[in-house]
Design a protein around this ligand. Structure first.
Ligand code: GRG
Length: 311
Protein backbone atom coordinates (compact mmCIF):
# COMPACT_ATOMS: atom_id res chain seq x y z
CA UNK A 1 0.00 0.00 0.00
CA UNK A 2 1.41 3.42 -0.86
CA UNK A 3 2.23 5.87 1.95
CA UNK A 4 0.04 8.42 0.20
CA UNK A 5 -2.89 8.03 -2.16
CA UNK A 6 -3.04 9.53 -5.66
CA UNK A 7 -6.72 10.30 -5.04
CA UNK A 8 -8.24 13.38 -3.45
CA UNK A 9 -11.51 13.47 -1.56
CA UNK A 10 -12.67 16.37 -3.73
CA UNK A 11 -12.24 14.35 -6.92
CA UNK A 12 -13.94 11.31 -5.35
CA UNK A 13 -16.85 13.45 -4.15
CA UNK A 14 -17.17 15.14 -7.54
CA UNK A 15 -17.42 11.77 -9.25
CA UNK A 16 -19.49 9.73 -6.78
CA UNK A 17 -21.62 12.50 -5.17
CA UNK A 18 -23.82 13.13 -8.23
CA UNK A 19 -24.22 9.37 -8.87
CA UNK A 20 -25.38 8.88 -5.28
CA UNK A 21 -27.79 11.84 -5.53
CA UNK A 22 -29.35 10.47 -8.72
CA UNK A 23 -29.78 7.06 -7.05
CA UNK A 24 -31.38 8.60 -3.93
CA UNK A 25 -33.64 10.78 -6.07
CA UNK A 26 -34.86 7.78 -8.09
CA UNK A 27 -35.68 5.77 -4.98
CA UNK A 28 -37.82 8.55 -3.48
CA UNK A 29 -39.62 9.60 -6.67
CA UNK A 30 -43.35 10.40 -6.36
CA UNK A 31 -45.36 7.29 -5.70
CA UNK A 32 -49.16 7.15 -5.78
CA UNK A 33 -49.34 5.57 -2.33
CA UNK A 34 -47.25 8.15 -0.48
CA UNK A 35 -48.81 11.41 0.78
CA UNK A 36 -47.25 14.39 -1.02
CA UNK A 37 -46.21 16.30 2.11
CA UNK A 38 -44.57 13.22 3.63
CA UNK A 39 -42.67 12.54 0.40
CA UNK A 40 -41.55 16.20 0.28
CA UNK A 41 -40.24 16.04 3.86
CA UNK A 42 -38.36 12.79 3.16
CA UNK A 43 -36.76 14.24 0.04
CA UNK A 44 -36.08 17.61 1.72
CA UNK A 45 -33.82 15.94 4.28
CA UNK A 46 -32.44 13.07 2.24
CA UNK A 47 -31.46 15.12 -0.81
CA UNK A 48 -30.15 18.12 1.17
CA UNK A 49 -26.48 18.80 0.53
CA UNK A 50 -24.78 16.39 2.94
CA UNK A 51 -21.29 15.02 2.42
CA UNK A 52 -22.60 11.55 1.38
CA UNK A 53 -19.74 10.13 3.40
CA UNK A 54 -21.43 6.86 4.37
CA UNK A 55 -22.62 5.97 0.84
CA UNK A 56 -19.12 6.71 -0.46
CA UNK A 57 -17.72 4.33 2.15
CA UNK A 58 -20.09 1.60 0.94
CA UNK A 59 -19.16 2.14 -2.71
CA UNK A 60 -15.43 2.29 -2.08
CA UNK A 61 -15.44 -0.73 0.22
CA UNK A 62 -17.02 -2.65 -2.66
CA UNK A 63 -14.33 -1.31 -4.97
CA UNK A 64 -11.56 -2.31 -2.53
CA UNK A 65 -12.98 -5.86 -2.45
CA UNK A 66 -13.10 -6.12 -6.24
CA UNK A 67 -16.84 -5.43 -6.61
CA UNK A 68 -18.71 -2.84 -8.65
CA UNK A 69 -20.06 0.60 -7.76
CA UNK A 70 -23.31 -0.29 -9.53
CA UNK A 71 -23.98 -3.41 -7.44
CA UNK A 72 -23.18 -1.53 -4.22
CA UNK A 73 -25.44 1.46 -4.98
CA UNK A 74 -28.61 0.09 -3.28
CA UNK A 75 -26.55 -0.49 -0.11
CA UNK A 76 -25.10 3.04 -0.41
CA UNK A 77 -28.63 4.48 -0.65
CA UNK A 78 -29.84 2.43 2.31
CA UNK A 79 -27.12 3.71 4.66
CA UNK A 80 -27.77 7.33 3.63
CA UNK A 81 -31.51 6.85 4.26
CA UNK A 82 -30.88 5.55 7.78
CA UNK A 83 -28.39 8.37 8.36
CA UNK A 84 -30.91 11.01 7.16
CA UNK A 85 -33.59 9.55 9.45
CA UNK A 86 -31.21 9.71 12.43
CA UNK A 87 -30.40 13.36 11.74
CA UNK A 88 -34.11 14.29 11.42
CA UNK A 89 -34.91 12.62 14.74
CA UNK A 90 -31.76 13.91 16.45
CA UNK A 91 -32.75 17.49 15.55
CA UNK A 92 -36.22 17.22 17.12
CA UNK A 93 -37.05 19.31 20.23
CA UNK A 94 -37.15 16.13 22.37
CA UNK A 95 -33.55 15.37 21.40
CA UNK A 96 -30.95 17.95 20.33
CA UNK A 97 -33.51 20.64 19.42
CA UNK A 98 -31.69 22.10 16.42
CA UNK A 99 -32.86 24.66 13.85
CA UNK A 100 -30.16 24.19 11.23
CA UNK A 101 -28.96 21.10 9.37
CA UNK A 102 -27.02 20.83 6.13
CA UNK A 103 -27.26 24.61 5.80
CA UNK A 104 -31.07 24.58 5.87
CA UNK A 105 -33.84 24.73 8.49
CA UNK A 106 -34.20 21.30 10.12
CA UNK A 107 -37.03 19.08 8.91
CA UNK A 108 -39.39 19.89 11.80
CA UNK A 109 -38.81 23.64 11.24
CA UNK A 110 -39.40 23.43 7.49
CA UNK A 111 -42.47 21.18 7.94
CA UNK A 112 -43.76 20.35 11.42
CA UNK A 113 -42.80 17.96 14.20
CA UNK A 114 -45.24 15.19 13.32
CA UNK A 115 -44.24 15.26 9.65
CA UNK A 116 -40.55 15.17 10.60
CA UNK A 117 -41.06 12.13 12.85
CA UNK A 118 -42.97 10.35 10.08
CA UNK A 119 -40.40 11.31 7.41
CA UNK A 120 -37.69 9.75 9.60
CA UNK A 121 -39.79 6.61 10.13
CA UNK A 122 -40.45 6.34 6.39
CA UNK A 123 -36.76 6.74 5.45
CA UNK A 124 -35.77 4.07 7.97
CA UNK A 125 -38.24 1.55 6.57
CA UNK A 126 -37.47 2.48 2.94
CA UNK A 127 -33.81 1.62 3.56
CA UNK A 128 -34.72 -1.99 4.29
CA UNK A 129 -37.12 -2.19 1.36
CA UNK A 130 -34.33 -1.04 -0.97
CA UNK A 131 -31.91 -3.62 0.41
CA UNK A 132 -34.40 -6.47 0.32
CA UNK A 133 -35.61 -5.70 -3.21
CA UNK A 134 -32.43 -4.63 -4.95
CA UNK A 135 -29.43 -6.41 -3.47
CA UNK A 136 -28.67 -9.68 -5.20
CA UNK A 137 -28.30 -12.58 -4.51
CA UNK A 138 -31.00 -12.94 -1.84
CA UNK A 139 -28.66 -14.28 0.86
CA UNK A 140 -26.48 -11.16 0.50
CA UNK A 141 -29.62 -8.98 0.76
CA UNK A 142 -30.57 -10.79 3.97
CA UNK A 143 -27.05 -10.35 5.38
CA UNK A 144 -27.17 -6.62 4.53
CA UNK A 145 -30.59 -6.20 6.24
CA UNK A 146 -29.37 -8.00 9.32
CA UNK A 147 -26.12 -5.99 9.57
CA UNK A 148 -27.86 -2.63 9.03
CA UNK A 149 -30.61 -3.42 11.54
CA UNK A 150 -28.01 -4.34 14.16
CA UNK A 151 -25.92 -1.20 13.53
CA UNK A 152 -28.89 1.17 13.56
CA UNK A 153 -30.74 -0.52 16.42
CA UNK A 154 -30.94 -0.60 20.19
CA UNK A 155 -27.46 -2.02 20.79
CA UNK A 156 -25.74 0.52 18.54
CA UNK A 157 -26.98 3.81 17.05
CA UNK A 158 -30.27 4.11 18.95
CA UNK A 159 -28.69 2.67 22.12
CA UNK A 160 -25.70 5.01 21.83
CA UNK A 161 -28.07 7.95 21.46
CA UNK A 162 -30.04 6.81 24.52
CA UNK A 163 -26.87 6.43 26.60
CA UNK A 164 -25.57 9.77 25.35
CA UNK A 165 -28.72 11.52 26.51
CA UNK A 166 -28.81 9.66 29.84
CA UNK A 167 -25.12 10.28 30.56
CA UNK A 168 -25.02 13.96 29.68
CA UNK A 169 -25.60 15.34 33.17
CA UNK A 170 -23.43 12.76 34.93
CA UNK A 171 -20.49 12.94 32.58
CA UNK A 172 -20.67 16.73 32.56
CA UNK A 173 -20.41 16.81 36.35
CA UNK A 174 -17.30 14.63 36.26
CA UNK A 175 -15.52 16.39 33.40
CA UNK A 176 -12.27 18.18 34.11
CA UNK A 177 -12.02 17.64 37.85
CA UNK A 178 -11.11 13.96 37.92
CA UNK A 179 -7.81 12.16 38.54
CA UNK A 180 -6.04 10.28 35.73
CA UNK A 181 -7.91 7.03 36.41
CA UNK A 182 -11.26 8.83 36.36
CA UNK A 183 -10.34 10.55 33.11
CA UNK A 184 -9.43 7.19 31.55
CA UNK A 185 -12.82 5.83 32.60
CA UNK A 186 -14.53 8.89 31.11
CA UNK A 187 -12.59 8.49 27.87
CA UNK A 188 -13.67 4.84 27.70
CA UNK A 189 -17.31 5.87 28.32
CA UNK A 190 -17.08 8.55 25.63
CA UNK A 191 -15.59 6.09 23.12
CA UNK A 192 -18.23 3.50 23.93
CA UNK A 193 -21.09 5.96 23.36
CA UNK A 194 -19.68 7.29 20.10
CA UNK A 195 -18.64 3.84 18.90
CA UNK A 196 -22.31 2.90 19.00
CA UNK A 197 -23.95 6.25 18.15
CA UNK A 198 -21.74 7.27 15.21
CA UNK A 199 -19.14 4.54 14.64
CA UNK A 200 -21.48 1.59 14.06
CA UNK A 201 -23.13 3.26 11.05
CA UNK A 202 -19.71 4.05 9.57
CA UNK A 203 -18.57 0.46 10.09
CA UNK A 204 -21.74 -1.01 8.61
CA UNK A 205 -21.53 1.25 5.55
CA UNK A 206 -18.22 -0.41 4.74
CA UNK A 207 -19.55 -3.87 5.57
CA UNK A 208 -22.59 -3.52 3.31
CA UNK A 209 -20.47 -2.42 0.37
CA UNK A 210 -18.08 -5.30 1.00
CA UNK A 211 -20.94 -7.82 1.25
CA UNK A 212 -22.23 -6.78 -2.19
CA UNK A 213 -18.72 -7.58 -3.49
CA UNK A 214 -18.74 -11.06 -1.90
CA UNK A 215 -15.83 -10.05 0.35
CA UNK A 216 -13.83 -12.66 2.26
CA UNK A 217 -13.97 -12.91 6.06
CA UNK A 218 -10.46 -11.48 6.17
CA UNK A 219 -11.44 -8.45 4.08
CA UNK A 220 -14.51 -7.88 6.29
CA UNK A 221 -12.28 -7.94 9.37
CA UNK A 222 -9.83 -5.41 7.86
CA UNK A 223 -12.72 -3.10 7.01
CA UNK A 224 -14.23 -3.50 10.46
CA UNK A 225 -11.01 -2.36 12.09
CA UNK A 226 -10.62 0.46 9.53
CA UNK A 227 -14.23 1.54 10.20
CA UNK A 228 -13.75 1.55 13.97
CA UNK A 229 -10.74 3.81 13.66
CA UNK A 230 -12.18 6.27 11.14
CA UNK A 231 -15.48 6.29 13.07
CA UNK A 232 -13.69 7.44 16.20
CA UNK A 233 -11.66 9.95 14.19
CA UNK A 234 -14.92 11.24 12.66
CA UNK A 235 -16.31 11.93 16.13
CA UNK A 236 -13.10 13.60 17.34
CA UNK A 237 -13.05 15.90 14.29
CA UNK A 238 -16.77 16.58 14.85
CA UNK A 239 -15.94 17.74 18.39
CA UNK A 240 -13.01 19.81 17.10
CA UNK A 241 -15.19 21.44 14.42
CA UNK A 242 -17.74 22.33 17.09
CA UNK A 243 -14.98 24.35 18.81
CA UNK A 244 -13.06 25.67 15.81
CA UNK A 245 -15.42 25.95 12.87
CA UNK A 246 -18.37 28.14 11.89
CA UNK A 247 -22.04 27.71 11.09
CA UNK A 248 -21.33 28.83 7.51
CA UNK A 249 -18.72 26.10 7.00
CA UNK A 250 -20.52 23.21 8.71
CA UNK A 251 -24.13 24.06 7.85
CA UNK A 252 -25.14 23.40 11.45
CA UNK A 253 -24.97 25.18 14.79
CA UNK A 254 -21.47 25.20 16.35
CA UNK A 255 -20.25 25.90 19.89
CA UNK A 256 -23.14 23.81 21.09
CA UNK A 257 -21.09 21.24 23.03
CA UNK A 258 -19.56 23.83 25.35
CA UNK A 259 -22.90 25.65 25.64
CA UNK A 260 -24.60 22.40 26.70
CA UNK A 261 -21.64 21.33 28.87
CA UNK A 262 -21.28 18.09 26.90
CA UNK A 263 -18.45 15.66 27.44
CA UNK A 264 -16.23 15.83 24.36
CA UNK A 265 -12.72 14.75 23.34
CA UNK A 266 -11.30 18.32 23.42
CA UNK A 267 -13.12 18.91 26.73
CA UNK A 268 -11.59 15.81 28.26
CA UNK A 269 -8.08 15.59 26.80
CA UNK A 270 -7.61 19.05 25.25
CA UNK A 271 -7.40 20.29 21.66
CA UNK A 272 -3.79 19.22 20.99
CA UNK A 273 -4.13 15.72 22.37
CA UNK A 274 -7.43 15.23 20.55
CA UNK A 275 -5.73 16.21 17.29
CA UNK A 276 -2.81 13.86 17.95
CA UNK A 277 -5.17 11.03 18.83
CA UNK A 278 -7.10 11.53 15.58
CA UNK A 279 -3.81 11.55 13.62
CA UNK A 280 -2.68 8.30 15.25
CA UNK A 281 -6.03 6.62 14.51
CA UNK A 282 -5.79 7.70 10.87
CA UNK A 283 -2.28 6.23 10.51
CA UNK A 284 -3.57 2.96 11.96
CA UNK A 285 -6.64 3.06 9.70
CA UNK A 286 -4.38 3.45 6.67
CA UNK A 287 -2.46 0.36 7.79
CA UNK A 288 -5.72 -1.59 7.96
CA UNK A 289 -6.02 -1.13 4.18
CA UNK A 290 -2.63 -2.67 3.42
CA UNK A 291 -4.08 -5.99 2.22
CA UNK A 292 -6.28 -4.34 -0.41
CA UNK A 293 -3.31 -3.00 -2.38
CA UNK A 294 -4.04 -0.28 -4.92
CA UNK A 295 -7.78 -1.15 -4.98
CA UNK A 296 -7.99 0.45 -1.52
CA UNK A 297 -6.56 3.76 -2.76
CA UNK A 298 -9.81 5.73 -2.78
CA UNK A 299 -10.79 4.42 0.65
CA UNK A 300 -7.36 5.53 1.88
CA UNK A 301 -8.15 9.08 0.68
CA UNK A 302 -11.49 9.01 2.51
CA UNK A 303 -9.72 8.22 5.79
CA UNK A 304 -7.42 11.23 5.26
CA UNK A 305 -10.47 13.37 4.59
CA UNK A 306 -12.06 12.36 7.91
CA UNK A 307 -9.01 13.79 9.69
CA UNK A 308 -8.70 16.94 7.59
CA UNK A 309 -12.35 17.79 6.94
CA UNK A 310 -13.65 21.29 7.67
CA UNK A 311 -17.37 20.51 7.57
C1 GRG B 1 -32.06 9.89 16.74
C2 GRG B 1 -31.97 7.37 16.61
C3 GRG B 1 -31.28 8.64 16.62
C4 GRG B 1 -29.96 8.64 16.51
C5 GRG B 1 -29.17 9.85 16.38
C6 GRG B 1 -26.35 10.03 14.30
C7 GRG B 1 -27.03 10.48 15.50
C8 GRG B 1 -27.75 9.47 16.28
C9 GRG B 1 -27.06 11.75 15.86
C10 GRG B 1 -26.39 12.83 15.14
C11 GRG B 1 -25.75 13.72 16.12
C12 GRG B 1 -24.44 14.11 15.67
C13 GRG B 1 -24.35 15.46 15.07
C14 GRG B 1 -23.41 13.28 15.83
C15 GRG B 1 -22.05 13.60 15.40
C16 GRG B 1 -21.58 12.79 14.25
C17 GRG B 1 -22.51 12.88 13.11
C18 GRG B 1 -23.36 11.71 12.90
C19 GRG B 1 -22.53 13.95 12.34
C20 GRG B 1 -23.38 14.10 11.15
O1 GRG B 1 -22.89 13.33 10.08
P1 GRG B 1 -22.22 14.02 8.79
O2 GRG B 1 -21.22 15.05 9.25
O3 GRG B 1 -23.49 14.77 8.19
O4 GRG B 1 -21.73 12.97 7.86
P2 GRG B 1 -23.87 15.06 6.66
O5 GRG B 1 -24.94 16.09 6.76
O6 GRG B 1 -22.66 15.55 5.93
O7 GRG B 1 -24.37 13.76 6.10
Amino acid sequence: MPLTSPFSFLDIAKQLGPQIDVALDARTAPDAGCPTRLREAMRYSLLAPGKRFRPMLALLAAEACGGSIEAAMPAACAVEMVHAYSLIHDDLPAMDDDDLRRGRPTCHKAFDEATAILAGDALLTLAFEVLAKEVRPADVAAACCSALAHAAGSCNMVGGQADDMAAEGKLRAAQGDGCAAENRALLAALESIHGRKTGAMIQVSLRLGALTAQASAEQLAWLDSFGRRIGLTFQITDDLLDVRSSEAATGKRVGKDVEQGKLTFPGLIGLDQSTQYAQQLTREAHQDLHGFGSRGGRLWALASYVLERNR
